[in-house]
Design a protein around this ligand. Structure first.
Ligand code: PLP
Length: 398
């Protein structure tokens, strides 16, 4: 055997493992600050940035509305968690929804899922319809309804999954298949699930929206929104809209949400642990007419929930049968807090018909099943025994 015939063994380079979800929640947005080594990023309270010389900006930082270091850190982190390439952060969840709708032109047609958040419905009906956007609502839990609702001007399908407050699910993969076929945008409000449990971009969705006010920030002390996409074309237009319309998230809010994202994984696990236990408790209670929670086998889309998401979330809706009974129950709670919003460490309860969905016309609420006997509970991180005791004593008053 000559030395020529000896072939060196080729060592395949080990494929580089991408950092895991929890690691990215903590580290994806930034490294310790290089001058002092500060582990926590500074809060850059500045509206503007010194130019290096005329016409030369440092890394594109010219004015805080266009680009801001705290916002960049947050946007990078949320993009990474959703598995997207780009993100843009806004002053509220509704501002994020408005930015996404800013991708459309007058005359464009949008198919939205029924029973969406009341504030989104108000934006669609009171602002965007008047500006020439053609909006239709369909039960998109059946993907065949989408093509039925389409027109030659359809440009976007907009969904929440689960919906607020009825917790109906949408088969995101099936809907995105229809959207791809027709080259429509597919936007999903992922506020209820968070990327811990559901990553719509991985199911073929083109745009993901969050109200960071809810679980992403999780401490009920900041209002914000974010949009994630992997399309450079959409991201560039969203960034242009962000700086041109100006509803950007403030540096302090960016700092707060970034801080909160570090504990998103353990928080969501604990939220859901408590929610599963309370859903079972409510389901077995004789004073409760019906419990809607995707984690219960009785939920009509329980198998889709298991297939599509890595969890069931921490929002439970239940029916007490009448306005009077709902009011009595809500007014009797001692620990759970009667308030708008959801996703905080404290358990918040609400009556969607008169609170988050007050704007939706009565007939429409009736058609959808958003009755005044419905109560929505955003399960917090208190000891679950204390929560159960509180619900028990309030139910005992009925
Ligand atoms: N999307 C969903 C599902 C919501 O529940 C809400 C608010 O409750 C929003 C969007 C709007 O977010 P914000 O209140 O941050 O504007």
């Amino acid at each position: 055997m000559t030395s020529k015939s000896i072939k060196p063994v080729k060592h395949k380079p080990k494929p580089k493992r991408a950092p895991g979800f929890s690691t990215r929640a903590i580290h994806a947005g930034y490294r310790p600050e290089p001058v002092t080594g500060s582990v926590i990023p500074p809060l850059y309270l500045t509206s503007t940035f010194e130019m290096e010389s005329l016409g030369k900006y440092r890394d594109g930082y010219d004015y805080s509305r266009s680009k801001h270091p705290n916002r960049v850190m947050l946007e990078r982190t949320v993009a990474s968690l959703e598995g997207g390439r780009y993100a843009s952060a806004y002053a509220s969840g509704v501002a994020a929804v408005a930015a996404v709708m800013g991708l459309l032109k007058p005359g464009d047609h949008v198919i939205a899922s029924e029973s969406i958040y009341g504030g989104t419905y108000r934006l669609f009906e009171r602002i965007l319809r008047g500006r020439g956007l053609d909006l239709a609502y369909a039960d998109v839990s059946r993907p065949e309804n989408i093509e039925r609702a389409a027109t030659p001007r359809t440009r976007m399908v907009y969904v929440e999954s689960p919906t607020n407050p009825l917790l109906r699910l949408v088969d995101l993969r099936a809907v995105s298949k229809v959207c791809r076929k027709h080259r429509w945008l597919h936007a999903v409000d992922n506020t209820f699930m968070t990327p811990v449990s559901q990553r719509p971009l991985s199911l073929g969705v083109s745009i993901v929206i969050h109200s960071t006010t809810k679980f992403l920030n999780g401490h009920s002390d900041s209002l914000g929104g974010v949009v994630v996409t992997s399309s450079k074309r959409l991201a560039d237009w969203l960034h242009f809209l962000q700086k041109s319309t100006g509803a950007v998230l403030s540096p302090f809010d960016c700092w707060l949400v970034l801080r909160s994202l570090k504990t998103l994984v353990p928080r969501m696990a604990a939220h859901e642990r408590n929610a599963r236990r309370l859903a079972k408790f409510l389901d077995g209670h004789r004073k409760v007419k019906r419990v809607i929670y995707p984690g219960l086998a009785s939920h009509p889309q329980h198998s889709l929930a298991k297939r599509q998401a890595g969890g069931f979330g921490a929002i439970i809706t239940f029916d007490l049968g009448s306005k009077q009974r709902a009011a009595r129950f809500l007014n009797s709670l001692k620990l759970c807090i009667l308030a708008e919003s959801l996703g905080g460490v404290e358990t918040l309860v609400s009556q969607p018909a008169t609170m988050s969905h007050a704007f939706v016309p009565t007939a429409e609420k009736k058609r959808l099943g958003i009755t005044e006997g419905l109560v929505r509970i955003s399960v917090g991180l208190e000891d679950v025994e204390d929560l159960e005791e509180d619900l028990q004593q309030a139910l005992a008053k009925l």
